[in-house]
Design a protein around this ligand. Structure first.
Ligand SMILES: Cc1cc2nc3c(=O)[nH]c(=O)nc-3n(C[C@H](O)[C@H](O)[C@H](O)COP(=O)(O)OP(=O)(O)OC[C@H]3O[C@@H](n4cnc5c(N)ncnc54)[C@H](O)[C@@H]3O)c2cc1C
Length: 381
């Protein structure tokens, strides 16, 4: 039985393990290291966030991305290439001396005041506490309109790593956020004929300075939880306005067709195995594939590995039943069960959908676990 089981070995899981290691807590870090960033993202994409704000976290703030840059001679340019971020994460893991257990969690249950975890290798692990840090993986959202299409004709941008299979084919990219424009650019580079279709009138390209947005996000990771409920409600109920990073502009301008004010009313398979899309104004498009850059809907019930009894025992945010109700320390209503990353983005704010939130998550969760473990050891439990 370890003090802590961490499910998910992405930026949050790795940082949590670094804090646990430094605080002398025993832990199992379950999951393939950096799987999402290394094998579930377009291989030649850039990171939108300024590299100053994508440091992983250790208690002494010693192994920052700036130090990685200095020690390895990696230039911290913006936009930062994805592979360099993955290299940084592995460098960080070596420096902090953390250990990985690269197994996928298939089930977690709460049994006799401890967490019993089963992996797809058939191994069982026990922890006094557990943190779920599995990122966006289970939350990709595809609109109902496309539900009748077979999987060969429609897919979500999550998990797309390269686009050469679309060479010479017509692809409709649905959505207008960063991932839609990035996907359209990568499709064009792969030799595909891409058209962006989106509901809004036009797309907002955000300026080159991504420093202030990074700083704001870090600040909000520390402050959001303590805001008066009224202010939180206002933020929860205001739809977030997406924008597209300016660095993408040269890759799309004059290269990718973009059609705004276009709601897709209907999608059907036609003879020849193509898809016909009917837009709100009656216009039609015939394409070989539809790629939905339609975002993510965070929903606790979509995590496939949480045992039913445990899932039902987790209290939800009032009025927002898809989110767990979390304490200031990110603990759910089930003692010792914590959520870090997107599932904490309701109670603790939008920073937790980004790397920006991980320092605050680690600094809240790990000392709390250490304290409760010391208390239970003193009680002889
Ligand atoms: C296209 C795209 C671009 C992005 N760009 C940025 C950016 O520029 N800046 C930024 O801050 N954020 C960005 N994000 C958000 C990004 O997902 C998070 O910032 C970041 O990955 C958070 O780390 P995480 O550890 O919560 O999640 P992840 O990096 O997703 O790590 C979670 C890990 O858990 C693993 N896992 C899932 N289920 C299980 C299981 N059952 N057992 C074991 N392991 C499991 C996953 O494979 C994954 O490797 C982007 C997201 C997308 C989709």
């Amino acid at each position: 039985m370890v003090d802590l089981i961490i499910i998910g070995a992405g930026p949050y899981g790795i940082s949590l393990a670094a804090h646990a290691e430094a605080q002398g807590l025993s832990y199992d870090l379950l999951g393939e290291p950096m799987r999402f960033w290394s094998s579930k993202m377009p291989q030649n994409m850039f990171i939108r966030t300024n590299p100053r704000f994508i440091s992983l976290s250790d208690p002494a703030d010693k192994w920052t991305i700036d130090r990685f840059g200095l020690e390895t001679g990696t230039e911290l340019i913006s936009p930062f290439p994805r592979p360099s971020f993955v290299e940084y994460a592995f460098w960080f893991a070596r420096k902090t001396g953390i250990a990985f257990t690269p197994e996928l969690v298939s089930r977690i249950d709460y049994v006799d005041s401890a967490y019993a975890v089963m992996t797809n290798s058939g191994n069982r692990y026990w922890g006094a506490n557990a943190v779920v840090a599995t990122g966006l993986q289970h939350f990709s959202y595809t609109p109902e309109t496309f539900s009748s299409l077979p999987a060969s004709l429609v897919s979500h941008t999550f998990g797309q790593t390269e686009f050469t299979r679309f060479r010479g084919r017509k692809v409709a990219v649905v959505g207008s956020g960063q991932s839609a424009w990035e996907t359209a650019a990568l499709l064009h580079m792969a030799g595909s004929e891409a058209e962006l279709l989106f509901r809004g009138e036009e797309v907002q390209f955000a300026g080159e300075d991504n420093t202030s947005s990074g700083l704001k996000l870090i600040e909000s990771s520390e402050q959001f939880y303590g805001l008066p409920l009224e202010q939180k409600r206002e933020r929860w109920n205001t739809p977030r306005k997406g924008s597209v990073a300016l660095f993408l502009k040269p890759y799309v301008d004059g290269k990718v067709k973009a059609t705004g004010n276009a709601s897709i009313e209907h999608a059907e398979v036609i003879a020849g195995g193509q898809v016909r899309l009917t837009l709100s104004g009656g216009d039609k498009r015939v394409v070989d594939h539809v790629l939905c850059a339609t975002g993510y809907r965070i929903n606790l019930d979509k995590l496939p590995f949480i045992g039913r009894a445990l899932l039902e025992a987790i209290d939800r945010e009032e009025g927002y039943p898809h989110f767990p109700l979390l304490s200031e320390r990110f603990e759910s209503s089930v003692p010792g069960l914590y959520f870090a990353g997107p599932l904490a983005s309701h109670t603790h704010g939008p920073a937790f959908g980004f790397v920006a939130g991980l320092r605050q998550a680690c600094r809240s969760i790990i000392p709390h676990i250490r304290q409760t473990q010391e208390q239970s050891k003193r009680r002889g439990v």
